[in-house]
Design a protein around this ligand. Sequence first.
Ligand code: 5RP
Length: 232
Amino acid sequence: MISDDLDQLKKTAATEAAQFIRNGMVVGLGTGSTAKHMIRALGEKVRAGMTLRGVPTSQETAALAKQAGIPLLEADNRWEIDVAIDGADQVDPQFNLIKGGGGALLKEKIVASSAKQFIVVVDHTKQVPILGGSFPLPIEVIPFGWGSTAREIESLTKSRVVLRERNGGPFLTEAGHFIVDVHLDRITQPGELETALNLIPGVVETGLFVGRTDVLIIGTPQGVRTVHAPRK
Ligand code: 5RP
């Protein structure tokens, strides 16, 4: 399937996700090419008279939301987020995710965990029987001593750890941290792995989103599928 077709699937699924938003809601706005479609769909709702406010998970998303006419809450607000909508890089049958392909995982996790409902939107190619393999796990780390942190991650996971780069230097997150991508074959116990990684000094956050998804919306060539997670 060529990428234009995949983008169309993302768009259809993201437009469906926007239908979950009601007048007056505070909406967590994810980051990435799927989230971009959702933001545009919400912008149309605002133009049609809906009142809503957004909490962006990146500067890129903030700029898109402003363009779309969505009013934003300040970063230092004590938000009451009704629904957060975001994309993902991989999703397993239990709705656990790998996120962070775009490097926004820290804000994305803060916003998802502050929301009463977390809706994840993907195209069907993101569904995997088990996390890992085709997509490395992003981990946000403190630049100070990042090499030692990476070594500890390597010895925990027995996997290759690669510093993410951009323009010939380390990729910097919006919080000023580095990202290392961990090439794990199969993540059989994502919850345990997330906990163990978060105990390593220097790890700020991981791209594992375990047990957080409430609704999964999948764009497939046969149409959009919406699946609700079993009650937590
Ligand atoms: C950014 C993310 C994105 O949600 C993830 O990379 C999916 O991106 P896209 O919707 O462009 O496929 O986690 O940090």
